[in-house]
Write a protein that binds this ligand. Sequence first.
Ligand code: 8DG
Length: 128
Amino acid sequence: MKKIEVVAAIIKDGDKILATQRGYGEFAGSWEFPGGKMEEGESREDALCREIKEELEVDIKVDDYLLTIEYDYPNFHLTMHCYFCHVVEGVINFVEHTSGRWLEKGELDTVKWLPADLDVVEKLMGVL
Ligand SMILES: Nc1nc2c([nH]c(=O)n2[C@H]2C[C@H](O)[C@@H](COP(=O)(O)OP(=O)(O)OP(=O)(O)O)O2)c(=O)[nH]1
């Protein structure tokens, strides 16, 4: 099966987490953590900073590692490394996403997450 390796940013502002809504493709309408595929030779941190700059037009600092998800979608296997991050420069602009929401812990289950993200959300509930 095809394998995809992705980095995802759990961007915190105080006790809130940023969730973004996919605007295109087979998962359009679902919510995710911003991020994307790692490029050849790129570190996870570099990939995260590049993806977030492209998608949200802000600079981030990568903080603690949270977890890596392994998930089988029907047509590919996803490996997704998740890191807490915070914005250090700029104002968020949703370039690729339809919208975004800052969610408190108690609101994390109020959006329709991508299937692979449900384990991330569960872990977050335990650590926030
Ligand atoms: N960025 C991100 N991707 C996720 C999450 N959960 C999840 O299953 N994915 C999947 C969806 C995509 O198939 C893949 C991420 O790849 P990507 O963000 O580069 O999205 P894409 O394939 O639409 O991008 P592209 O090649 O069209 O640029 O990982 C998540 O929380 N964040």
